[in-house]
Write a protein that binds this ligand. Structure first.
Ligand code: MN
Ligand code: MN
Length: 469
């Protein structure tokens, strides 16, 4: 067979994802990446995410659901609802009769170290903050890095106090110290060596007084400093959501600046792209909705997670308050007709850890947004799987929009595992598929994404919102 013919056959018959930088304007990618990086810097906790998202929505003409129900005028069907300050749903409802919704769900919670209800102790002349980790972390990765303390404290009178120590470059930070290699004779399974109970952060070393003998004088000094700054007392820690999160700056990565290193790409990458896609989408024909959810990293349990009925109630209330006409008359059937992208990050192949993946079914950094037909563990358990027709629809949509995409599953068979919000939406009958950018170093305090993958995720989400599949 002639060489040209073989080349033509190979191009026509083989599936070979292409590097996504090839055809796109790098200026446009750079501009979007800068906005995304700025968002990550400001949104280091789920509460911070919600407050920035709410500001962004308000500045784009969105009205809160509560205000709308009290009579505030909704312009262009733009409405949002935040739940307990930890999850937020934004919705745009076009005119006309509706048979289905377009939903994108992502999560804004990220693995971190929460303070225990009684966190502050003194030991060996040092004040220490005790933590309880949240989500799947490699404990050793949290040692000897700067940590910021961010969160909300409710004082004895019920007043909410915002705490932020370590976010600004001039702030002090907190550090969990590891044992020096000279003295470290620990051997064996690193998962057993590093224990959750040892993730205790250094928080102070000076006593409140040198003259008087004071019990736990270093701890008392810390309590005084907190009281001076925030007016809080030790009992207030019990009614608080305080998180230690990496205080590492968001930076370009690589000589070519093609990647972004930051805390929390999983899954603020999909949250930010879904949000901006919803706000910027043109010519919506279906009611469209970005659901930025909480609690995904621990299984979506809790009032702000995908298993809570709050998102169902929000959609129902939003459709009612805007007077949207539903063709089926039944909200449940509208949900069953609806399409959803479960926006979550995929694992990119790391040259250092190739064996963890099946190379033919693994995502590559810089090769566009990743379609994940199924997640789950051991024989496809604990997941929803998108049927062939759904994958086909998304494939056609992305090809038509010229979005670079690839396909992956999480790890080699029996190695992977990890659900997303998809299955909880599938329980309501929503047609759902996982799709998002690939990440290196997932769940570490400093994850890496490719700028072009973030941009292609945004373009994919925007094309989805503008579609009537
Ligand atoms: Mn995730
Ligand atoms: Mn995760």
């Amino acid at each position: 067979m002639a060489k040209d013919k073989i080349k033509e056959l190979s191009q026509r018959l083989s599936f070979s994802p292409r590097n996504a930088w090839e055809k796109l304007s790098s200026e446009e990618i750079e501009r979007y990446s800068r906005e995304y990086s700025a968002f990550l810097e400001k949104a280091r906790t789920e509460r911070r995410c919600v407050s920035h998202v709410v500001n962004f929505l308000r500045s784009n003409g969105f009205v809160s659901l509560d205000e709308a129900e009290q009579g505030k005028v909704i312009v262009d069907g733009k409405i949002f609802h935040s739940k307990a300050g930890k999850a937020v749903i934004a919705m745009r409802i076009p005119d006309g009769e509706h048979t289905a919704l377009n939903l994108i769900g992502a999560h804004i919670d990220v693995p971190r170290l929460d303070l225990k209800p009684v966190p502050l102790v003194e030991d060996g002349g040092l004040a220490m903050l005790k933590t309880h980790y949240y989500g799947g972390i490699r404990k050793y990765q949290w040692l000897n890095i700067p940590l910021a303390l961010i969160g909300t404290v409710i004082d004895a009178n019920g007043k909410a106090i915002e705490v932020s120590i370590g976010e600004n470059a001039s702030d002090p930070v907190f550090v969990i110290c590891d044992l020096l290699p000279h003295l470290d004779d620990r051997t064996g399974d690193f998962k057993k060596i590093f224990k959750g109970k040892d993730l205790t952060a250094l928080s102070g070393s000076t006593p409140i007084s040198f003259k008087d003998t004071v019990q736990e004088a270093v701890k008392l000094n810390c309590l005084k400093l907190l009281n001076d700054k925030y007016g809080i007392v030790e009992e207030d820690f019990l009614s608080a959501d305080l998180e230690l999160v990496p205080a590492l700056p968001t930076r370009d990565v690589g000589l070519d600046r093609s990647m972004i290193g930051a805390y929390g790409h999983d899954d603020r990458a999909c949250s930010y792209t879904a949000l901006t896609a919803l706000v910027n989408a043109e010519d919506l024909s279906r009611p469209s909705c970005a659901l930025l959810l909480d609690r995904e990293e621990i299984g979506s349990d809790g009032i702000t997670g995908a298993r809570s009925s709050f998102w169902v109630n929000m959609l129902r209330r939003a459709l009612r308050v805007t007077g949207a006409k539903l063709s089926t008359g039944s909200f449940e059937l509208i949900l069953e007709n609806s399409d959803m992208l479960s926006g979550d990050v995929a694992a990119a192949v790391d040259p250092n850890f190739k064996d963890a993946h099946d190379p033919a079914n693994a995502a590559k950094l810089g090769y566009g947004v990743v379609i994940v037909k199924y997640t789950g563990v051991r024989g496809k358990a604990m997941t929803s799987e998108a049927p062939a027709e759904m994958v086909g629809r998304i494939r056609r949509l992305l090809n038509k929009a010229g979005v670079r995409w690839q396909s992956s599953i999480l790890g080699e068979v029996d190695k992977g595992g990890g659900g997303t919000v998809a299955k909880f939406f599938a329980e309501k009958g929503v047609n759902v598929i996982d799709i998002g950018p690939a990440v290196l170093g997932m769940h570490s305090p400093y994850e890496i994404v490719s700028k072009v993958d973030i941009f292609e995720t945004y373009r994919a989400y925007k094309a989805f919102f503008e579609s009537n599949a």
